[in-house]
Design a protein around this ligand. Sequence first.
Ligand code: FAD
Ligand code: DLZ
Length: 508
Amino acid sequence: MSGVLRVVLGDQLSESLSALDGLDPARDTVLLMEVMGECEYVPHHPQKIALVLSAMRHFSASLAAAGVAVRHVRLDDADNTGTLTGEVLRAVAALRPAAVVATDPGEWRVAQDMAGWEKALGLPVEIRPDGRFLCSLAWFRQWASGRRQLRMEFFYREMRRATGLLMDGDQPAGGQWNFDAQNRQRLAKGVVPPPPRRFTPDAITTEVLALVAERFGHNFGRLDGFGWPVTTVEAKAALADFITHRLPLFGDYQDAMAEGQDTLFHALLSTSLNLGLLLPGEVCAAAETAWREGQAPLNAVEGFVRQILGWREYVRGLYWLKMPGYAGLNALAADRPLPAMYWGGPTSMACMTAAIGQTERLAYAHHIQRLMVTGNFSLLAGVAPAEINRWYLAVYADAYEWVELPNTHGMAIWADGGIMASKPYAASGAYINRMSDHCRGCWHDVKAATGPRACPFNFLYWDFIARHAEKFGGNPRMAMPLNNLRKMDPGKLAAMRGEAARFLATLA
Ligand code: FAD
Ligand code: DLZ
């Protein structure tokens, strides 16, 4: 073969991928590799492994149907070396291409491996930028350079201007950049969230599900009920379903949580976006069109677009700007092992039961569950960053380090000391009670901060504030809790801290 070997990783399943630019179907071969190394670097939820492998097989099949030569290495191929690098070496030995072309991976770990390919292969290796984002890494670097603070809101406004999304001329549509003040409602009585569209496994997915059940059935997470989109056609149908049925109330209930409601008005599009089955521009454009055509209100559409054009692009930029040092930060010196309840162990807390239970069933929890329930708990309890990061990376079907790490490390547990968030997202049980109905049926009493039935979020919150009072002293955004701490009766604080110590000791 005198053509080019074009490498496509498992989360690069887009026809427009830069590695495929200039593809010559008469001479080139596209390589996809199912490898144990990627399936095992954390104990992924079985649905996540099945999703990636099935989507890879569907992508290969669609390329092959279009007349492209594809070398698809299956996980159970007898000669599979188990690593991406090993499989690229094996493909080069077998096909003897003139060059290798790939696209930047989504994880530092993989980028390090790929940097060694040219030497290992003795061939020209071109690694192209990943053009499937709305903000290039070069643009982000430029935006960040010289800024003291890298706040998402300012980045987002620049992105609105640069893309023209939700803009009327040079002004934000509706006269405001952000409609978040309208987006903090509890689920109203009688409102029934429409279930998201799920997709029945076809023959390819069914075969993958059997393989995953056999090899990864012992991992945390259930495989039954798998219904994720595995092709672009399915992902586009999921997008259309969201735009019609859930986008109109997405804003109102974005922060809500409710018993028995796993998905509320959320999009469930992160798996498709992160695999490359959907592109962020088309998703934002579909939402904007819904608003311009009067099918969804601006608070919903702006709130949704901000998640993708703002947060998603911002966390990616931050990840690549700050890695590799970012992963090792531990601003609050947190060192507790991850409690067993995160892996399905018993807990008496209704909110944790709901968030972790649906994670096990679906490989999905929405943002507020990840941030304000499981994230908040590990922040307050002082769980070691490496342990909680590993959990988030493993248990969600949409998890890749470029998006998971800044969200966990920067937003949920403040391990980065404020690079991302100006203050920790720490909250007592009152927040969960305000945004959900979990506390109503909980064994714990959300109004109590001491005593046998006290809500752990209450005493853990004050223990956390007291533990880090000195560190937070200079942060104006922490002035209110610190003032309240100072005014608190010392006996009450001591009782709460004692409660916290006893509770934390039981977690081990
Ligand atoms: P919706 O709430 O409907 O939002 C729409 C889209 O906006 C999402 O599909 C997603 O692409 C994007 N989005 C929303 N919030 C964020 C955010 N904070 N960062 C990046 N993109 C965002 N998201 C991941 O894609 N992968 C992860 O591994 C991941 N880990 C997280 C870990 C923690 C601790 C937290 C707090 C958040 C994490 N998120 C992660 C962000 C967010 O929770 C998920 O993107 C979202 O829950 C996915 O569900 P959805 O598609 O229904 O999102
Ligand atoms: C997540 C994942 C899994 C489970 N399996 C594979 C695989 O077998 N082959 C592959 O190319 N990619 C896989 N992935 C996605 C990779 O881990 C992902 O490409 C890197 O983490 C970079 O984002």
